[in-house]
Design a protein around this ligand. Sequence first.
Ligand code: G3I
Length: 303
Amino acid sequence: AGTLGDAAAGSGRYFGTAVAAGRLGDATYATVLDREFKMVTPENEMKWDTVEPSRGSFNFAPADAIVNHATAHGQRMRGHTLVWHSQLPNWVNAIGDANTLRTVMNNHITTEMNHYKGKIYAWDVVNEAFADGGSGQHRPSVFQNLLGNGFIEEAFRTARSTDASAKLCYNDYSIENWTDAKTQGVYRMVKDFKSRGVPIDCVGFQSHFGAGGPPASLRTTLANFAALGVDVQLTELDIAQASPTAYTATVQACLDVPRCTGITVWGIRDSDSWRTGENPLLFDNNGNKKPAYSATLATLGGG
Ligand code: G3I
């Protein structure tokens, strides 16, 4: 297979990218997108500040443009993201009582999921709820502060009752190194959810790596989470300076774990990346394949 998407499909996996609606009209961008990728994650367009900028007023136009493009090109979608402390409009942060926030959170989940029902392979239901550092606990947020630890469970239960077909994922960064407290905190949560029947289907490992590439324990981490009975995915992969060796190690870790069902890179060309100046992606600013592309394709079994 000569493309990332076809090569990954050879082992039953997907290879995807983050997409920005504003770039779909760029011919180079769209050409590479539609040639190489079979899964699409909106980079910003499904986030709360875009979708529900004021209470009860929903704007799906930017995300619809991406979904329509994906549908027209046979690409599946990851929904990103329903409940997140960032890119959250001020009106949500200003809510002062738990009952109002609970109503607002559940209405947001239900309305957005219903709009895209049948079109989303997996939703990042809750994003980045755990704190950095050594606590292994949730980070402060309006959701955590007003609703307590149970807000994550409530979000997943609401999501399942809204769309029983979409896979429901927890997504976070810096949970790739097995021994880190943050990784262990998320692991304990997933184990608890599975033991109590809280609906969770998958864990997304964002995989924003430095120039050294993934932690040596990445495969162990993916395997240990998979052993809890969830799929795992690399959801926002980018690596500072994009060394072929680092991309190879990352992709191989996923291939080594049967329940690692796919990999998404966080953008197409280096110039599309949020990591300005780090050249972390698989295509250069002109849309040409970089050495990391060839390494990734070969590791997937293509070429
Ligand atoms: O659209 C506005 C534009 O109207 C305005 O003029 C301009 C001025 O700042 O900002 C534009 O919004 C920017 C938006 O990207 C769209 O380009 C925001 O400022 C900017 O903060 C936002 O950055 C995004 C970031 O999430 C915000 O948290 C990045 O594109 C996006 O790649 C990044 O993605 C996150 C994942 O969702 C979660 N995991 C981490 C990852 C990287 O931070």
